[in-house]
Design a protein around this ligand. Structure first.
Ligand code: A5P
Length: 223
């Protein structure tokens, strides 16, 4: 699978034009994009980059890329990221890496969003993956109960040491185990977001513009 992700990263990096502002996604596939982009930068490509997470920022900086302060820009040309699941309508579930909110903020302000996924993530219907929901700590048990009343059974995400996972926005994540695949992901997103205490869901709608799906022998693109 790493080979596929590497190829996806390289292909996406080759689409980046000189002098553009690039949003860096988070996760194992985005990591390959960052590595390939850094290589292009060391060969003369000039870009400015913003990051959706500290881990991607660290990687980019270690590879010699300059990360600029988000407050210094007012738009992003291209945002590149992976996804946990994506369907043919380019609706996605994201957030297994915990960066869903920052990812959504960057994607939403980007002229073009390129999603790079291996073939296992390209699904007919979303919902087999856990659906992450970022919630504020205040009243988080009440928020969890309210989700349950709407039929969404969730668990607080834990970190490696079994402590509550804390996002870079100082929030928690509830991972929902969906009871069935989603017929209308936007409906679920809106319902979940209507609960006070929910900051955002890992359902991304109308954000992806180009999708690269990697297989062992090819990369398929759809726009
Ligand atoms: C990070 O919060 C996520 O949204 C990732 O973009 C998503 O989980 C895909 O990650 P991988 O490329 O590691 O599968």
């Amino acid at each position: 699978m790493d080979e596929i992700k590497q190829k996806l990263g390289e292909t996406a990096a080759n689409l980046i034009k000189d002098k553009s502002v690039i949003g860096l996604g988070t996760g194992s596939t985005a990591k390959y994009f960052i590595k390939s982009l850094a290589k292009r930068c060391s060969n003369g490509l000039s870009i400015r980059a913003v990051s959706s997470s500290k881990s991607s920022e660290r990687l980019a900086k270690n590879l010699g890329m300059k990360i600029i302060d988000l407050e210094k820009i007012n738009h992003i040309d291209v945002y590149v990221d992976g996804a946990d699941e994506i369907n043919s309508k380019k609706q996605m579930i994201k957030g297994r890496g915990g960066a869903l909110l920052r990812e959504k903020i960057l994607a939403n302000s980007s002229t073009k969003v390129i999603i790079i996924v291996d073939y296992t993530k390209y699904v007919e219907k979303l919902g087999a993956a856990l659906l992450p929901v970022e919630v504020i700590p205040f009243g988080c048990n009440l928020t969890k109960n309210n989700l349950e009343k709407l039929g969404y059974i969730s668990n607080f995400r834990k970190d490696r040491d079994s402590n509550l996972y804390i996002t870079e926005n100082d929030n928690y994540i509830l991972d929902i185990k969906l009871q069935k695949l989603l017929d209308d992901p936007l409906k679920d997103h809106n319902l979940i977001k209507s609960i006070p205490g929910v900051v955002d869901t890992g359902i991304f709608i109308d954000l992806a513009k180009a999708v690269l799906v990697g297989y062992h022998d090819k990369i398929e693109r759809f726009f």
